[in-house]
Every structure is written in C-alpha cells, then in structure tokens.
Design a protein around this ligand. Structure first.
Ligand code: ADP
Length: 274
C-alpha cells in the first residue's frame, strides 16, 4: 500500500529513485518484522518457565500432606526459577550490548585476563565433565574495547565449547596477533571436540533464540542468545566472529578484535587526547 502510493507520487523523478524508495520501505518492513519476531520469541521463552512454575506451585499446594512430594516439586521450581533468571539476565546483556556504545569507555584489555575470566566462569561445569582446558599465545596481547562486553563475548564462546562437548574432551583457547591494514588484529580461537554444527545450522546459530536442539540447549541452561551477544560485541568493536565446524568432530569459534595500541588512535584517546 504505502510503497505503491509513494512510488506513484515520485514516478516522474525517475525509476531509479523510485526503486531506492521502495527498497527503503522494504528494509523498514524487514526491521519491523524482525522486531515483532523478537518480541514474540521473548514472550514464548518467558511463558515456558512461568507456566511450569504456576503448575508446580499448584502441585505443591495439592501435595501439602506429602512432604516428600513437596520437596520434589520445590526442587523443580528452583530449576525453572533459575532458567527464568538466566533468561532475564541474558536479555539484559543483549540489550546492553545493543544500546551502549562499547567504545565510550574503551580501554586496552589484556587477553590473558579475559581468557582466565572465561575459564573461571565455567570451571565448575568443565570439572564435572572432566574437560581439560588448554590456553596458548595469550601473553602480552591486548585488545581495545569495553572490558565487560569483551568478557561476556569470550565467556559465551568458552561456555558453549564446554556445554556442547562430551566428557573427557579438551577445549583449547589460542590467541595470536594477525597483521592487517588499518591496524593489527588479535585473534582468539576457541576449539572444542564436541558435537559440531551442520553447515545449514552454521548459517543461523548467530540469530537470537536460534538453537540447533532446543531441548538439549534448555537442559544446559541455554537461552539461544549467547552467540547473538558475541556477534554484536565483535561487530561493534570493529571485529568479527566466525565459525568452523565438522559434525561429530568439533567446532572452532574465532573472535577477531582490534589490537590495543594499533594504529587506531586509541592511545591518544586513552591519554585524553582527540
Ligand atoms: P545457547 O544458549 O543455546 O547455547 P547460543 O546462542 O550460545 O545459545 O548458541 C546457539 C546454538 O548454537 C546452541 O543452541 C547450539 O545448538 C549451537 N552451538 C553453539 N556453540 C556450539 C559449539 N561449540 N558446539 C556445538 N554447537 C554449538
């Protein structure tokens, strides 16, 4: 409707302009559709644990004369409440990385510190599964950016590596500097020997709420937002995240970020200059 009305009005200005306007409207519609999908997805994801909590609380009331059943239901309520709170936390993280300018309080951040923090975050789970963590090449490297956002990004990648790997495997985190025009980059690669990701799924895993196996992801407390956060942080820092994977063999997620001190004027900014 709108698009046609607009194109009829500007038709005399030439077909190229009309085409541009129509494309603009199509893009606006696409963004609107993505926003609607997101709200629908959030509602759906919130409904699941909330519904379970409501049923479980009814069950607790009905079972008031059976202490053993009450404690079993209470345990399940705790699982659902934890899921709900991690979903809300990830939504807050996502909205933060989408809305805050990461370079506003950017600073040089040591890669070995980011890696240590990421490993710490899933130390417990890795221990339970007897997964060995190995790191290499992180010494002396620094990236330029928002410490909290960078920690969240790397933390998500390492957490996934542990989550989607069988017991007694190895997760490697390797860093190196790669020369690039416009300033060197730091590359951090997280490699696992896990279940891998098919080619078809590799195209979609960075979308919000996309999960290859929703049941499995939910079991491990996954929300489907982690990689969307990683992708957003990488892009807003002038970097990128890519994935290599072989099904049944494992995956490597590679984060490339501008090196601190490279020719990007960050030293001037850090010193309070222009
Ligand atoms: P989730 O909270 O489900 O882990 P993510 O956005 O972090 O959400 O990841 C999206 C999906 O990508 C996961 O549900 C999983 O199917 C797949 N995935 C992510 N990392 C890995 C990995 N290292 N190995 C295998 N599959 C992975």
């Amino acid at each position: 409707g709108d698009a046609l009305a607009v194109s009829a009005r500007v038709a005399p200005l030439g077909s190229r302009l009309v085409l541009l306007l129509v494309e603009d409207l199509t893009e606006a519609r696409r963004i609107e559709a993505v926003r609607r999908d997101f709200v629908a997805n959030v509602s759906h994801e919130l409904k699941t644990p909330v519904g379970a909590l409501s049923l479980l609380s009814e069950a607790v009331m009905d079972a008031s004369d059976d202490p053993e059943a009450v404690s079993r239901f209470a345990g399940r309520m705790q699982v659902e409440a934890t899921r709900l709170s991690s979903l809300v936390q990830e939504l807050i993280d996502l909205s933060r990385v989408q809305n805050d300018d990461p370079l506003e309080d950017a600073e040089p951040v040591r890669v070995d510190e980011l890696v240590a923090e990421a490993i710490d975050r899933c130390r417990h789970q890795a221990g339970t599964k007897q997964i060995t963590m190995a790191t290499g090449g992180t010494a002396d490297l620094r990236v330029w950016g928002n410490r909290g956002q960078l920690a969240a990004a790397l933390g998500n990648l390492v957490e996934n590596a542990v989550n989607y790997s069988p017991a007694r495997t190895r997760v490697g985190i390797a860093a190196r500097r790669i020369p690039a025009t416009g300033g060197d980059l730091v590359e951090v690669a997280v490699t696992d020997q896990g279940i891998g990701i098919s080619e078809k799924d590799r195209e979609r895993i960075f979308e919000r709420f996309y999960r290859v196996d929703p049941a499995r992801s939910r079991q491990t407390g996954g929300t489907g937002l982690g990689l969307a956060i990683v992708k957003h942080v990488a892009a807003s820092h002038g970097g990128e995240v890519t994935v290599w994977s072989a099904e049944g063999q494992g995956s490597t997620f590679t984060l490339r970020l501008p090196e601190a001190g490279a020719a990007r004027g960050d030293r001037d900014r850090a010193a309070g200059g222009p």
